[in-house]
Design a protein around this ligand. Structure first.
Ligand code: SF4
Length: 385
């Protein structure tokens, strides 16, 4: 049956594959960058990032020599910044061990920081046409449905079975004697999971392997994969105080021991509820105003999600006038103009606040109450991006 599946998938991929920019090359570095960007990020979001990146940093020597701030700026908005640090560390390792040429050996690919068996399999097969299996979320869904594989695919015994299935398929690919069969088969598996064998409402009637699919045959497509239910999302609330002093804005760079290290942000504080008083937060960060109060102007509300967190950030502008503006909130703030801010890499949420400042886009929220204990239990400004 493996041979039949492989032939069908290769035919289907030939007809239906999307024309994505990283599919027009077999350059391992370009494919590595695309694979890392595609982790946790949708294809349509990745395309412009990948194109900008490849123009600015076209090969490992360019990435290895780049300034961290420039690399972060190219990644700004993609989130999960550990990925980009791994990329640059990997490029430096390629310079040290492989004279700047991306290695083709399996063990050398696996040695790159942040590269696990899936990414290594993708690079080895797509760039070098090696018969290496892959297993990501899309492929897990296709394989569990094809053979109606019971059990939680995050468990080791189920995962081992799925890796074995993927291996059987990729090892059958060279026997088709088609050009770059391994490269195309793995991409076909991923593509089928993305376009046809979708999590909800899979298009089984037009699927090229529907007569070979056990879940479809027994009418239980929706049962697979048997992934456990996710924990309920956890809300988190932040108040952001955009302090302005003599035409400059207070910002700080997150340290490398924090989440999103190296990125910039406005002063902010995590609060216990959505109704915490922004005035109280401003007072906590900047002290009392001249008449015992601080005049805040609502700027915008940014909502975003990361892992299990649903994050709400309410942003307010605070004009400090002639008040002393250094060191408030325990941080050595940098005071920068809007053009200077534009050149820095920001966390995604704070980039949106910066965009709002620049465009004057209106926003408005009301506050009340005082910061709760949880204002400090996760630390000032310690928000995921
Ligand atoms: Fe997925 Fe349906 Fe195709 Fe089976 S028939 S592989 S469930 S799309």
């Amino acid at each position: 049956m493996a041979h039949a599946i492989v032939h069908r998938l290769l035919d289907w991929y030939q007809r239906e594959a999307r024309d994505l920019p990283w599919r027009r090359t077999s350059d391992a570095y370009a494919i590595w960058v695309a694979e890392v960007m595609l982790q946790q990020t949708q294809v349509k979001t990745v395309i412009p990032y990948w194109e900008r990146w490849m123009k600015a940093l076209p090969d490992p020597p360019a990435l290895a020599a780049a300034r961290e701030a420039d690399v972060l700026k190219l990644w700004e908005g993609l989130g999960y910044y550990r990925r980009v640090r791994h990329l640059q560390a990997g490029a430096r390792l390629i310079m040290d061990r492989h004279s700047g040429r991306f290695p083709a050996e399996w063990s050398a690919i696996l040695d790159l920081p942040g590269v696990g068996p899936y990414t290594a399999g993708a690079i080895a097969s797509i760039a070098f046409n090696q018969a290496r299996p892959i297993l990501d979320g899309n492929v897990i869904r296709v394989l569990t449905r094809l053979e109606a594989v019971p059990g939680d695919p995050t468990k080791s015994e189920v995962k081992a079975r799925l890796w074995a299935m993927s291996r059987i398929l990729i090892q059958a690919a060279p026997e088709t004697r088609r050009r770059r069969a391994c490269a195309k088969l793995n991409q076909a598996l991923m593509e089928l999971g993305a376009l046809v064998c979708a999590p909800r409402e899979p298009r089984c009637l037009t699927c090229p392997v529907n007569d070979l699919c056990e879940a479809f045959r027994v009418g239980e497509v929706g049962r697979f994969p048997e992934t456990p239910r996710r924990a309920a999302p956890e809300p988190r609330y932040f108040v952001v105080i955009v302090a302005v002093h003599a035409g400059r804005y207070a910002v700080r760079q997150r340290s490398n021991v924090e989440v999103n290290g190296g990125l910039w942000e406005f002063p902010c504080l995590e609060c216990g509820t959505a109704e915490e008083s922004p005035e109280a937060v401003a007072e906590f960060l900047w002290g009392r105003g001249a008449e015992g109060g601080l005049a805040l102007t609502p700027l915008t509300v940014v909502r975003h999600a990361i892992t299990r967190y649903r994050i709400t950030q309410r942003a307010f502008r605070l004009d400090l006038g002639t008040r002393r503006a250094d060191g408030a909130g325990g941080h050595p703030w940098a005071w920068l103009t809007l053009p200077e801010l534009d050149a820095l890499p920001f966390t995604s949420a704070h980039r949106r606040i910066l965009d709002c400042l620049r465009t004057g886009q209106p926003g408005g929220v009301a506050g009340g109450g005082r910061p709760s204990r949880t204002s400090s239990n996760r630390g000032k400004g310690l928000h995921p991006d």
